[in-house]
Design a protein around this ligand. Structure first.
Ligand SMILES: Cc1cc2nc3c(=O)[nH]c(=O)nc-3n(C[C@H](O)[C@H](O)[C@H](O)COP(=O)(O)O)c2cc1C
Length: 454
């Protein structure tokens, strides 16, 4: 501890400094948990944790917060149903709903700031008492929640803190942190370029004109991002969830992925495959299952994706054989002609420079090696939906992307490889993975290809 001071201004003794350092180290070891073992919490213990949180400061000291403690299994299950996809709501010991009284926000969301301070204080208390937590803004429909909690109209609910005991094999790690110098500057604003994300050019960015589902400034075109910005954004955002088995899997993806992977070539055991930019490893897990005995290397833009995917594969019991590599500026850190297979699972549309990725795939493949790639197609019902609806929202955690024209991508592939098989997938705007052939080949939501390096 460089500087510690008692309340009356005297310097802390050496022993107190050591004490403070130990406490701070313990607080820093807190990590979110989204895999609880279902064990209960004593009501007095839960009340003690929430009571600790009440020591937080609040705007005008009004303490206009309110915390609804939910430990009844039926209510927790209902909470999970309302949230729509938070299994940890059912399995935690208790949920603490974070509420506040409306009408005294004092500007700058200070009531929200106050509730947030109390919530973090509760998390630290729970951590010191041997519990683990997850703070959730994703709580679902407020109307249904109001009914479940009996919330009066003058109160708002803004989140829920889930507290419980972890499953024995819950991921032990904490989400990565930015280097401090990246997020603090003295006297005036200063921040490295890779950690400032592009927005559409405008004179001003009025706060209330920007919503998650309607952001006129969201820059979805990866060509307006640098590789370093894309790497930075994707590497931290993937930690929005824990690296648990099955994370980031949707049925829609599953159906389409099975059809994309049907294009994979037969590979002998010991063959070398490279999967490029699989973000959270959803496609990697399937690829490992489909290619037993193949030596797979996952290449990602950020070390933080690597850590995530490695643990996720471990959780799925698949991790042993996979190796990892970090790309700089979209280049694969491999020698020429080393791979039998390169897989690009819906990544060209995420790339600031998609041709570089195709050039890199051609460079690292040996003669006769195969490329298997898929892209979201601009010339499809989905492409129209993306332009009208999806791209109006905030850039997703997978990073900025813009669907590409299947015909153009087919041309890029044909310039570098011999196309062996191709298919369109998905007739509708969202939700299906229907095969598209003949005249409709280039009109599906996805276009997928297998091509051979000459
Ligand atoms: C205001 C707030 C809202 C959050 N909402 C969610 C959520 O809805 N779902 C979720 O899984 N995690 C949520 N988180 C957890 C973050 O993803 C997590 O804190 C972050 O990845 C850092 O990881 P760590 O807590 O392990 O340090 C939220 C965190 C905060 C502070």
């Amino acid at each position: 501890m460089a500087r510690a001071a008692l309340q009356d201004g005297r310097s802390a003794s050496g022993a107190e400094e050591e004490d403070a350092a130990a406490i701070l180290a313990r607080l820093a070891s807190r990590a979110s948990c989204r895999a609880f073992d279902g064990s209960p919490i004593e009501p007095a213990e839960l009340e003690a944790i929430v009571t600790d949180g009440l020591q937080a400061p609040s705007s005008c000291n009004q303490q206009n917060w309110h915390f609804v403690l939910v430990s009844d299994q039926g209510r927790k299950d209902r909470a999970r149903e309302i949230a729509g996809g938070n299994p940890h709501f059912s399995d935690c010991a208790a949920l603490v709903y974070l509420c506040f009284q409306k009408g005294w926000t004092h500007g700058n969301f200070s009531i929200v700031q106050s509730v947030a301070g109390a919530c973090y204080h509760m998390m630290l208390s729970a951590h010191l008492r041997g519990w683990r937590c997850i703070w959730n803004a994703g709580i679902g429909d407020h109307g249904a929640l109001r009914e479940m909690l009996g919330l009066p109209p003058t109160f708002e609910v803004q989140g829920a803190l889930a507290i419980g005991k972890p499953l024995p094999d819950a991921p032990p790690m904490k989400a990565p942190r930015r280097p401090p110098a990246e997020v603090m500057s003295w006297e005036t604003f200063d921040r490295p370029a890779h950690a400032i994300y592009p927005a559409k050019p405008a004179d001003a960015y009025p706060f209330f004109a920007i919503r998650n589902d309607d952001n006129p400034y969201a820059e979805w075109n990866p060509a307006r991002w640098t590789w370093a910005q894309v790497a930075d954004f994707r590497g931290y955002s993937v930690w929005a969830k824990s690296p648990l088995a099955g994370v980031y899997v949707s049925r829609r993806q599953g159906d389409a992925l099975a059809r994309e992977h049907a294009l994979l070539p037969e590979l002998a055991p010991g063959a070398e495959a490279i999967e490029v930019m699989p973000w959270g490893g959803t496609t990697t897990a399937e690829l490992v299952r489909r290619l037993p005995g193949v030596r797979l290397t996952v290449a990602e833009l950020s070390e933080h994706n690597v850590t995530f995917i490695r643990e996720r594969l471990r959780q799925e019991g698949l991790g042993e054989a996979v190796r990892f590599a970090v790309m700089a500026e979209g280049r694969l850190p491999m020698e020429d002609g080393v791979a039998d297979l390169v897989v690009l699972p819906q990544v060209l549309e995420h790339a600031p420079d998609p041709l570089r990725l195709l050039d890199e795939a051609a460079r690292v493949l040996r003669s006769g090696g195969r490329l298997v790639a898929s892209v979201r197609n601009a010339d499809s019902a989905y492409g129209a939906h993306w332009r009208a609806v999806e791209s109006r929202a905030q850039v997703p955690n997978q990073g900025p992307f813009t669907p590409l024209h299947a015909a153009a991508v087919r041309g890029w592939v044909a310039e570098r490889f011999a196309i062996e098989a191709q298919q369109g997938l998905g007739r509708g705007a969202v939700g299906d993975a229907a095969p598209m052939t003949g005249d409709d080949l280039l009109a599906g939501r996805l276009w997928a290809v297998r091509a051979r390096r000459g």
